[in-house]
Design a protein around this ligand. Structure first.
Ligand SMILES: C[S@@+](CC[C@H](N)C(=O)[O-])C[C@H]1O[C@@H](n2cnc3c(N)ncnc32)[C@H](O)[C@@H]1O
Length: 296
């Protein structure tokens, strides 16, 4: 396990993923009833942007820093508002730290909501545990998030969000993610599930997305309008080298999310472009007859 999110915290991929996550929290908070956030691959919670890791190749400068410094039309500002609320609360004197998904949850969730975090890397799990040990809402487990998931759903609250955000260090990560989804999602088909994946091997990500959609429809776990895919690439996508594109697939998105992403994605593609070929996509993972359910 060599992946260190500190090298990438606050990059374009984090901005999209975390804007969506924070919007899911904002939507769930519209009702008084408590909910639960489950993060299968939690990382260390928050990232020091002045650290040597974050400074070596400062991806955050082309991500969250640019987003914060750029003028935003009203609909873009609205789409980013919950994420930027968490980021600015953490940085009263200018951008020095970036909140990871656990910290966004810790900043946005209410005293009655609950946060369940899994992190397999022993040192990272310790860091995470130290960070939240005095927060009664948070439970940290140093274990494999994929294996833990089926036992964590449905949560007692019966409302909430699951984020599956693996490091994609290994070529078979998509297959592991699919296996975990098959084991866990049927136990809680009404939860909001967010899957993050890179856009590198486009055939692999397409197979995951389409396979997920076909499987959900076949098993009658979701209908097409309950599926949303949002992708962003900041230059031409290449299968090797530095990440150029990434995105998320959301099952049971808040009904407001599609409109927010329609405003946000073109603005992010333009604002965060790193050269030729930047772009975005927002759809429902249309099924493809050349890919069968068995492949998911
Ligand atoms: C992309 S980072 C997570 C970032 C975090 N979700 C965020 O948005 O701030 C992926 C994390 O998953 C951890 N990890 C890798 N395999 C895991 C597994 N099977 N179960 C739980 N955590 C794992 C890595 O150590 C790493 O910290």
């Amino acid at each position: 396990m060599n992946y260190r999110h500190a090298f990438h915290a606050g990059n374009f991929a984090d901005v999209l993923k975390h804007a969506v996550l924070a919007q899911c929290f904002a939507h769930l908070k519209k009702k008084d009833k408590p909910f639960r956030y489950i993060d299968s691959h939690a990382g260390i919670g928050a990232y020091d942007l002045t650290s040597s890791e974050a400074q070596r190749n400062p991806e955050w400068e082309g991500g969250i820093a640019k987003v914060m410094a750029s003028a935003k039309p009203a609909d873009v500002a609205e789409a980013l508002a919950p994420l930027l609320q968490a980021v600015t609360a953490m940085n009263p004197d200018g951008l020095k730290d970036y909140p990871g998904s656990p910290e966004i949850a810790a900043r946005l969730l209410r005293p009655t909501d609950r946060i369940q975090l899994c992190e397999l890397h022993p040192a990272d799990a310790k860091t995470l545990d130290n960070r939240y040990k005095r927060d009664a809402r948070v439970k940290v487990e140093a274990r494999d998030g994929y294996k833990a998931l089926p036992g964590l759903v449905p949560p007692r609250e019966k409302r909430g969000v699951v984020l599956i955000d693996p490091p994609f260090e290994h070529r078979d990560e998509m297959a592991h993610m699919a296996e975990a989804v098959r084991a866990a999602l049927p136990k809680w088909p009404n939860g909001t599930w967010i899957f993050w994946r890179p856009l590198k091997d486009l055939w692999a990500s397409e197979r995951f997305d389409v396979g997920l959609a076909e499987w959900l429809f076949e098993e009658e776990l979701a209908t097409p309008e309950k599926l949303l895919r949002a992708d962003l690439w900041v230059r031409d996508i290449e299968s090797e080298g530095k990440l150029a594109g990434a995105g998320i697939v959301v099952v049971n998105p808040p009904y407001t999310l599609e409109g927010q992403l329609l405003a946000l994605l073109p603005w992010l593609a333009e604002t965060l472009a790193q050269g030729e070929g930047a772009g975005w996509r927002l759809d429902g993972c249309a099924t493809d007859e050349s890919l069968s359910v068995e492949e998911f």
